[in-house]
Design a protein. Sequence first.
Length: 135
Amino acid sequence: MRLLFFCFAVGLALFGTANADPLLDGIAKIPGPVEDVRIGGTWEKDGKNGEYRVVITRSGGDSVTARLFVQWIAYHDDGDTSVDNTIEIKELGALKVDVVDYTSESDQEGLAAVKTLILERFEDAAVGMFGRLEG
């Protein structure tokens, strides 16, 4: 039985790459510090539309520092999607704190607002800290 399992595992390792999956390959390349990915709402601008993706990375040992990124994901007529733009909210990184939770909203003008950030080292939430973002 162990020999059968071993042969199956070797077969998967050798022949599993024959059916390449670009999505799986891309997901496998997500850096380790990426710890939180959420859809933050939808957008529409200049004949395009899609959704916002908020990405939070974390690094550090005893003192964790978060970085926050916003991506504009565009929908295509063929059903595919692509990343139109990515920005970092550098003001958050400069604080050198961790993000415990957050809320966001979007409107029809293609703008998003990170409404509330709950930061590790502050008792109060930073409300409306970054305002509106334009891609």
